[in-house]
Design a binder for this molecule. Sequence first.
Ligand code: GLY
Length: 350
Amino acid sequence: MEKEFSFVFGNTPSKVRIQDSLPDARELSEGRRALLVCDENTSPLALKTAGDSGLSLCVLPQGEDNKTWAAVESILKAAREAGLGRDGVFIGIGGGVTSDLCAFAASVYMRGAALCIVSTTLLGMVDAAIGGKTGFDFLGIKNLVGTFYPAGKVIMPLEALKTLREKEWKSGLAELVKTAVLGDSELFGMVKNIQKNRETLAACIARAVEIKGRIVEEDPRETGKRRALLNLGHTFGHALESAAGLGKISHGEAVAWGMARSCELGLYLGVTPPGRARDITELLKSFGYETRAPYPTGADAAVLMEAMAGDKKRKSGKLNFIVPAPQGAEIVPDPGGGITGKIINGELSL
Ligand code: GLY
């Protein structure tokens, strides 16, 4: 299977290729000095990609709690040691954490070096690797520091999904559901029947890449209203992730729970039709996600509200939420009156 998409994010062309096997590092580096960046989990994939190219490898500790400035620093040091100049290329091999870190490092190294992402998780393929968001967690807040820096090339080797752990798989599924809610009923139907066989998966990933890529093309820096829609479930979800302690609840689990809250808010505001809210919540439940409020092991409403206040998506001191609309989704301001807290706390179950 091979499928390629060409996007232009801002002024940067970005090619995304879905293919069966891992790429060859030489093909990615095109004769330039290159640094391969991976984490402890993806180092076997990185070594396979490196082959006998002799390219330098930087292995990061694994997990969201290592999405830190220290990790960025170690990438920058490794790049310097590998002798990368401005014409060097950073090749990030891994899931969302690795690609966000590697892309951030590439974006600031000598004011910007070439970047290639080899995305090895479902979450990376359907969301993190596309569209140029980079960054790391800071002061306990997810992605507080970051840049927009699209990769020139993104490779999605389906082979990498064969060894994906259940937790990673589940984390990616939530972003796939999100894209399906934003995208179309065709993808929603495909996700409902998703199986781990290569054809179905490849078809879902390709459709999700296309939907996300086109949204980002329209609004690459989230200055308009299009890209913000990709944050469906994230205002609630990021707050849960931060309040629980970064890395304790997977991003996907948090986003799934956040989408269920967004459905409730949408119902309350009369934006989300009841049938649609039910379909989305049932699909999330069928994948084993926690959709009830309050989140069983999470913090209480007051702590979550405080975490939300630190959300970088807050504009002019106000929170915005994305809720499912009859088709796609819509941005709505915080309705106030304590409604958000009641939804988080399970007191406003509709
Ligand atoms: N993950 C949301 C975005 O890329 O905008």
